[in-house]
Design a protein around this ligand. Structure first.
Ligand code: NDP
Ligand code: A1CAB
Length: 276
């Protein structure tokens, strides 16, 4: 039986804990979040989970894996008691921009993985990458992989510097896609549709395109060409998206800006000794 401790149960902690409860047999899940009732509402009804508003009653508790699902600034404020409980086992952080060095310095442990999942964890379709500190054992690595495979796909990265780019592409990526959906819906309304019809058309188009891209081995570019008839409507739309300085360049700039922000967060979340 694996004992998982989720520190923070908001958007991401709730999603990952829910998937772990459903997919990992015999997992024992404990959640610490200042709002246990709000946390419970994010977790599957009728499944056993222990929730606590803080670490006061967990002083003697020991866990196989602690999953840090708080914001970087909330991590900096964790109490010495919290840190001593969290480091009773291996640790996986999902925080953007908090480096392995910063985690090790703050937690006083080398059994650490730094990971970057994304919000589709909510539907079991996350893309997660991870890097391991030297102190993470092979058994720890399997446990971390098992957890993140329960919420979608998981890959280890060989180099921590890649995690900022992975954050910019996959961690933040769903946000870009939702923004694109939002603007497509607004364009549909501007074309005369009511909001409900615009919503249906865009949601189902995104779903269909995502499922096709998942099922079909053709590249994204090949699939794009399959939609595009010579001198047809898609070609006219794509001419706007692919004009000089438009979508291809915007994607490069957006990914670079997000990766740069991840690096800035790494500098502000500088290593700090645990407060013992
Ligand atoms: N959102 C996303 O798509 C992704 C986020 N991440 C990373 O995940 C982390 C969490 O993000 P997200 O889930 O969106 O944030 P949320 O704010 O939704 O969740 C954080 C939760 O932690 C709680 N919390 C605050 N302090 C403590 C504490 N001391 N002990 C336990 N719980 C605490 C918060 O409570 P309260 O609200 O009361 O403060 C909140 O419920 C971030 O570090 C982010 O970088 C990574 C990948 C994707
Ligand atoms: O926006 C953020 O900083 C977090 C990390 C990736 C997605 N959300």
């Amino acid at each position: 039986m694996r004992r998982f401790l989720f520190v923070g149960c908001g958007n991401m902690g709730g999603a990952i804990a829910s998937a772990a409860m459903r997919a990992i047999p015999h997992a024992r899940i404990t959640v610490v979040d200042p709002s246990p009732e709000r946390a419970k509402a994010l977790l599957p009804a009728g499944m056993a989970v222990e929730t606590h508003p803080d670490f006061a009653k967990l002083g003697e508790a020991r866990f196989d894996l602690g999953i840090l699902c708080v914001k970087p600034q909330q991590f900096a404020e964790l109490s010495p008691l919290a840190i001593s409980v969290i480091r009773s086992g291996a640790i996986a952080s999902i925080m953007a921009g908090v480096t392995l060095d910063a985690l090790a310095a703050r937690l006083g442990s080398e059994r650490i993985a730094r990971t970057m999942p994304n919000l589709p964890a909510l539907v079991g379709q996350a893309m997660t990458v991870g890097v391991a500190a030297d102190g993470l054992t092979q058994a720890d690595r399997r446990m971390v992989a098992t957890l993140f495979e329960a919420v979608g796909q998981f890959r280890w990265l060989s180099d921590e510097t890649l995690i900022d780019a992975a954050t910019a592409v996959a961690g933040s990526g769903p946000g870009y896609i939702f923004a694109f959906a939002q603007y497509m819906m607004e364009a549909a309304v501007a074309s005369g549709m009511d909001a409900a019809l615009a919503d249906l058309l865009v949601r189902q188009t995104f779903r269909g395109a995502a499922e096709l891209m998942h099922a079909d081995p053709r590249t994204a570019e090949e699939l794009k060409k399959a939609v595009t008839s010579k001198a047809g409507t898609t070609e006219a739309g794509l001419a706007v998206f692919e004009a000089e300085g438009a979508l291809p360049e915007l994607c490069l700039k957006a990914v670079a800006a997000a990766a740069q922000r991840a690096r800035e967060l790494s500098r502000t979340a500088a290593p700090e000794s645990p407060r013992q």
